[in-house]
Write a new protein. Structure first.
Length: 75
């Protein structure tokens, strides 16, 4: 896998579950809290075409997953 980025929020259980799944698989990733980081929120909205659901997993600048196992949180 290429460079992974995880966009989420601290309080979202789906973000926590995806973070744990990535760690369990031994994958390195950079995490962005879109509530705490307005620049990350802007980047998330550009990547998703305005979709405000997290978590979002991005690989090498391309969205590979929005939400986690059928769920997500709106920001």
């Amino acid at each position: 896998m290429g460079r992974l980025e995880l966009y989420g929020v601290r309080w979202c259980p789906y973000t926590a579950e995806l973070r744990e799944a990535l760690a369990w698989r031994g994958l390195s990733f950079v995490e962005y809290d879109v509530e705490a980081d307005p620049t990350a929120l802007d980047r998330l909205l550009r990547l998703t075409g305005g979709i405000r659901t997290v978590p979002v997993l991005v690989e090498e600048g391309r969205v590979v997953e929005i939400g986690w196992q059928g769920g997500g949180c709106t920001v």
